[in-house]
Write a protein that binds this ligand. Structure first.
Ligand SMILES: [Zn+2]
Length: 481
């Protein structure tokens, strides 16, 4: 539809954004009756008319407004030969799209994980991808002191108005450092090169348990990113110290520039310690009982609740009598993704196994593909009473319908629900990751196909060993707090 000539400026702007919005509207095919074959976005290659605009115009069943259902006959893809010859890879992809005659096509907003429109996710999908600022977690975290983090954020973006910057802008005639007077005051100098800063940061590192000499600013930030990780109180204290250091160094610089007052490096150090301790005394500190954690908290004079980790033994879970146990797993490793399933009887003997791979998406999807593979395998081997053991709580929740999956998983989950109906009895339970090694092994094989049955006699030695151990009741230790 064109934009009406008499429409208002505001309405014109909204209509102009239709092209942007179209990119995010995606049809998940059910029966194909609500989706236009050429004009809607339902195919992995995108809107087909964009790729293939001419050959369809004169065909009676595949005319420009034809529905996807025109390509479906008796619940299967069937494209007339004269069209399919010229469609090429468009047809090759069709077998990856699951038809479900019992469902209507579903329209989702692909920029959001749940498939519903949200402003935030759409904004994130639309904005040009910004460079990955990996120090973000060092500066913005749960227990931060906002005014400290703000100064660090400005320093790392190099937007603090240092004397060197003001000199370059022609605002001041003296760019020298007010702490030492020995070099120009730029960001690198104030925070890590100046002897004043070096004294303060070296002592703070000692407080944090690190005894080493100072690197340049870029290397220091990199080092902190690698060493101040995790979401626990020790990590918060390290990050608080990092940010307090930036804040107090800048405050001292300002004190000297604007008020002609000064503190010694030891006084600045005490100011930082006191701010960090005060903030840390305000949040709950529960930590595992290790020498490192105890010494760390003692150095800072802080109390914490130390809990002793316990090791419990867990075992491969056998199926109920008369059932088979299907262990499933998914795997996502950089640019490869896979899934696997293995079916065993009450004694732990392998009845069937399969592996597969898919383009990498989200771990939840690949976990569900593992389950889908296991059910398919059970169906092929005609097992009637099946029990699933998954180490994914998300899979358990989706199958039990307590939460909605991300839209990329809708088709797989629909398939899973349909297959579940075909068994006489179905049961699903959560198992510990430690006892799911066999399925994990299969999920990490990454074959070049979406489904590959693996015959037990062809198993690799390490998989045979896992199966032997499971069968003989090997105890897998698990750490619990
Ligand atoms: Zn200096």
């Amino acid at each position: 539809m064109g934009v009406p000539q008499d429409s208002s400026w505001c309405w014109r702007k909204i209509l102009a954004d239709r092209e942007v919005a179209k990119r995010f509207i995606f049809h998940i095919i059910g029966n194909g009756l609500n989706t236009r074959f050429w004009k809607d976005n339902w195919h992995p290659l995108g809107v087909l008319t964009d790729r293939f605009p001419t050959a369809l115009r004169y065909d009676s069943s595949f005319h420009a407004e034809a529905l996807v259902s025109a390509g479906i006959t008796q619940d299967k893809w069937e494209i007339p030969p004269h069209i399919s010859a010229s469609l090429g890879d468009i047809c090759d992809y069709l077998h990856t799209i699951q038809i479900d005659p019992s469902c209507e096509d579903q329209v989702v907003w692909s920029a959001s994980s749940k498939g519903d429109y949200t402003l935030k996710e759409t904004y994130n999908a639309l904005r040009p991808s910004k460079p990955n600022i990996s120090w973000t977690k060092l500066v913005w975290f749960k227990e931060k002191i906002p005014r400290h983090s703000f100064i660090t954020w400005m320093a790392l973006h190099r937007v603090l108005r240092t004397r060197f910057l003001l000199f370059v802008w022609g605002i001041t005639t003296d760019p020298s450092c007010v702490m030492c007077g020995q070099a120009d005051e730029d960001i690198e100098h104030i925070f890590f090169e100046c002897p004043f800063a070096e004294f303060v940061w070296t002592h703070l590192l000692l407080d944090l348990g690190y005894n080493r000499s100072i690197l340049n600013m870029e290397q220091e930030v990199q080092w902190c990113m690698l060493n101040f990780t995790g979401d626990h109180s020790v990590s918060y204290i390290k990050k608080l110290t990092f940010n307090a250091f930036f804040y107090h160094m800048w405050a001292e610089r300002n004190r000297r520039v604007f008020r002609s007052e000064s503190r010694t490096p030891s006084q600045v150090l005490q100011g930082i310690r006191s701010d960090v301790r005060l903030r840390a005394s305000g949040f709950e500190k529960s930590l595992s009982d290790t020498d490192y954690n105890r010494q760390f908290m003692a150095r800072w004079g802080l109390d914490a609740c130390f809990s002793v980790p316990q090791l419990i033994n867990c075992y491969w879970k056998k199926p109920f009598p008369g059932f088979v146990m299907i262990n499933t797993d998914g795997s996502l490793n950089g640019d490869v993704a896979g899934f696997g399933a293995i079916i065993r009887d009450e004694e732990g003997n392998v009845l069937a196994a399969a592996t597969g791979s898919s383009p990498p998406k989200t771990i939840i999807l690949h976990e569900l593909q593992g389950l889908e593979t296991g059910l398919k395998l059970a169906y092929m081997h005609k097992f009637r009473n099946v029990q699933i053991g998954t180490d994914s709580m998300a899979v358990l929740s989706y199958v039990q319908r307590s939460i909605n999956p991300p839209w990329v998983a809708i088709t797989v989950l629909r398939n899973i629900r349909r297959m579940i109906q075909s068994f006489e009895s179905f049961h699903i339970c959560h198992i510990y990751r430690e006892t799911n090694e066999a399925a994990d092994h299969l999920a990490s094989l990454y074959p070049t196909t979406g489904f590959l049955e693996v015959i037990p006699s062809s198993f690799a030695e390490d998989l045979k060993k896992i199966i032997f151990d499971d069968k003989n009741g090997k105890a897998y230790p698990r750490r619990v707090y």
